[in-house]
Design a protein around this ligand. Structure first.
Ligand code: NAD
Ligand code: UDP
Length: 688
């Protein structure tokens, strides 16, 4: 399988381009040293495209590390974004700009050459033209406009173009597409990706967005005495998604050349339409829905009246054209800004790699901490809850060592369970006239989704966000897993999203299973839960924990732990405070609503179904769910090094066990094509 290597793929334009590449069927590898970006962008790319995108935290100047990437993947071509890009900064630290941009490119080209990769699309800039207004008849700017960059940043772009030209002259099999961007603006329409400028933004729209969100007082308009319709300068603003698509067109163009044929050619990527600063200001105010404060300041040094592209060459040769407007870009930028007011930067959230191989970022541990010391950690594998710390006490069982999670003895610590939690009798069921035979992984039954259930899957994401409402801080984390038709024997394509909502005393979990419109199966079966083991004793045993539930009714089970269909009282009345321990153990499905439920219970009441306290600590756990049942399991079977039996207990929200094989219960778990399964659970830890 061949790949496109994207340098700087975690950055603003690179991340949007990776999405377009995947959408156009390309496989992508990203190399980025994250000096001006965040891995969260890559996590969100994977979340959007629902595919793993290999990522390497490598500086381009480290040619050995770069070479390893070329050896590991069959690289067919490179899109080269990685660079430092701030014009003002480049005049202050020019050496760093030359070293990073030119040094990085030379290292990249050497490694490409050594690996016989000779196709490159290069991020250049309209900056190479300098002040095109110095000529008559050069606006809109054509590619043949003489170059005269006026700052070190622009000079690095100019020099790299020259290097690529010389390489092509020396070896005419090299294929270089030079893309000269005008003013990229906007964000991904999903609201998940956008520009995340560190410090004070230099560019017009990122600055204006920070004014709108309240991070800056007002916009300074740099001069209103230019010769334009409103006196402000004219630029060619291009939506970043249009720009990203231009790279696909350029790559396709290079790939269509005859075998052995090379090329060196420049293309302007712009809309061909100029907008003034006030035009953009008004478009953004419209997207925001109010007038934003501004003042007219003096002209900014180096600014010129008009820099609009002549994009005819790209239009005709690459068959590419910008289709989105400044208004579209403003709308998308505003969505990105309101949904991510601090970009990817969330002040109470940190992550670390949660794999033995620290260069593999696919499984990470995400920790969110609150001012009162409440701390929650989640991992991509199984979208699991690894740890909750309340008042200095660890109240959820979990492993510190990621490799422990893949051991057979792991009793599903903290994990999401699916596609069907709990048991399916005889490892089979019938649906729409078909019999589905599953793998039996517990006697004759299927337990917790089979041998390759959701607990063993690495979820994409998370999309991590934070909302602040006065003193209240709420963090959300979205994880996604694509469960394909036939996995573990289940029919239908299901997209599973697990949404954690964490505040300074609780962990909420929303379970969403969408049976996709495009699924080959008419219907499927879903029952999702979380398998955390709680322990609020402050010791390694839950013995003595006092539980009190909303119901004493359980599903009666036979010898193989399958429901008989009867609702019966449990052995001890747990609607009264009940001390759990060796003589009072539970592993039963308790029924909150004998009528069962529909397929999506998310808008039903989030009912507190069980509370637990322990005399050792001052902590009370309240478990709530929208589901019609919950499994209370007091952990008798825990048998994994470091954890003894009854070192944790589970309160797993659930539909009725084996519902798919019981006619009156089936409607709880059958999800037709296009329908969505949903439920909620919440675990609150308060002072008793
Ligand atoms: P960005 O800073 O968001 O992305 C650049 C990425 O490259 C970052 O993720 C950074 O971490 C990475 N990077 C930098 N040096 C690296 C190195 N030595 N090794 C590995 N990774 C490195 O910037 P962007 O706006 O997405 O720009 C992408 C490219 O487009 C740049 O080359 C830039 O000069 C060019 N460009 C941008 C604009 C613009 O207005 N945004 C305009 C014209 C051209
Ligand atoms: N601009 C402005 N106020 C700002 C930033 C930019 O008035 O805070 C103007 C700037 O003078 C220029 C236009 O907006 O005319 C675009 O500037 P930007 O820095 O975004 O891009 P440039 O075209 O300079 O690369």
């Amino acid at each position: 399988m061949s790949y496109i290597l994207v340098t700087g793929g975690a950055g603003y334009i690179g991340s949007h381009t990776v999405i377009e590449l995947v959408n156009h069927g390309y496989k992508v590898v990203i190399v980025d040293n994250l000096c001006n970006s965040s891995y969260d962008a890559v996590a969100r790319i994977e979340y959007i495209v629902k595919q793993h995108v290999p990522f390497f935290n490598v500086d381009l100047r480290d040619s050995d590390a770069l070479d390893k990437v070329f050896k590991q993947y069959d690289i067919q071509g490179v899109i080269h974004f990685a660079a430092l890009k701030a014009v003002g900064e480049s005049t202050k630290i020019p050496l760093q700009y030359y070293d990073n941009n030119i040094g990085g490119t030379i290292s990249l080209l050497n490694v490409m050459k050594a690996n016989s990769v000779k196709t490159v699309v290069f991020s250049s800039s309209a900056t190479v033209y300098g002040d095109a207004t110095r000529f008559e008849n050069m606006i809109p700017i054509p590619e043949h406009c003489p170059n005269d960059p006026t700052n070190p940043y622009g000079k690095t772009k100019y020099m790299i173009e020259q290097i690529l030209k010389d390489i092509h002259t020396a070896d005419n099999q090299w294929r270089s597409a030079i893309l000269r961007y005008f003013n990229p603006i906007g964000a991904h329409p999903s609201g998940l990706l956008g520009e995340d400028p560190l410090g004070i933004p230099n560019n017009l729209l990122p600055y204006l967005a920070q004014v709108a969100i309240g991070r800056r007082d007002k916009l300074s308009i740099f001069g209103n005495d230019y010769d334009s319709h409103d006196g402000t300068p004219i630029r060619d603003y291009i939506h970043v998604v249009d720009l990203a698509k231009g790279h696909i067109s350029a790559l396709n163009y290079l790939n269509k050349l005859e075998t052995g044929e090379g090329l060196f050619r420049e293309w302007n990527l712009g809309t061909g339409k100029g907008s003034t600063v006030f035009d953009v200001y008004h478009a953004f105010c419209k997207a925001v829905g109010r007038e934003l404060p501004y003042e007219v300041a003096g002209r900014r040094g180096g600014d010129v009246l008009n820099l609009t592209a002549n994009a005819t060459r790209a239009n005709t040769e690459l068959k590419w054209e910008a289709t989105l407007s400044v208004e579209d870009a403003c709308k998308d930028l505003w969505k990105w800004t309101t949904e991510n007011p601090f970009g990817f930067n969330i002040d109470n959230y940190k992550w670390q790699v949660f794999n033995d191989d620290k260069s593999d970022y696919s499984n990470r541990l995400h920790t969110v901490s609150f001012a009162n010391g409440f701390k929650v950690s989640l991992a991509n594998r199984g979208a699991l809850l690894q740890s909750v710390v309340k008042n200095g006490t660890s109240v959820v069982c979990g492993f510190q060592d990621p490799s422990r999670y893949i051991e057979k003895s792991n009793p599903f610590f903290g994990t999401t369970v699916g596609r069907v939690a709990n048991r399916i009798g005889g490892a089979k069921f019938e649906l729409n006239g078909n019999t589905y035979q599953l793998a039996a992984n517990e006697g004759a039954n299927t337990l917790h989704g089979g041998f390759h259930g959701y607990d063993k899957q690495t979820f994409f994401g998370p999309v991590a966000k934070q909302e602040k409402n006065g003193d209240k801080v709420v963090n959300t984390f979205l994880f996604k897993y694509e469960d394909k038709d036939g996995n573990n024997g289940f029919p239908g394509d299901v997209e599973c999203v697990i949404k954690y909502t964490v505040d300074d005393e609780s962990v909420g979990i929303e379970f969403i299973g969408s049976h996709l419109e495009t699924s080959p199966a008419e219907a499927t079966v879903i029952n999702l839960t979380n398998h955390s083991y709680f322990n609020i004793s402050g010791t390694d045993s839950t013995d003595g924990t006092v539980v009190k539930a909303i119901t004493n009714t359980q599903l009666e089970v036979d010898d193989s732990l399958l429901p008989t269909g009867k609702f019966v009282p449990t052995h001890t009345d747990i609607t009264k405070p009940t001390k759990i321990g060796p003589d009072c153990a539970f592993d039963y499905c308790f029924v909150v609503n004998e009528a069962g439920s529909g397929i999506d219970t998310r808008s039903d009441e989030l009912k507190p179904v069980l509370e637990a306290t322990h005399p050792n600590t001052n902590i009370k756990l309240v478990a709530a769910t929208t589901d019609p049942a919950f499994q209370l399991y007091t952990g008798t079977g825990i048998d994994t090094p470091g954890f003894k039996p009854r070192s944790g207990f589970c309160v797993e929200n659930s539909r009725f066990v084996n519902a798919i094989n019981v006619p009156e219960w089936r409607k709880q778990v059958i999800v037709k094509r296009g329908e969505t399964y949903g439920s909620k659970a919440k675990y609150t830890f308060v002072d008793a």
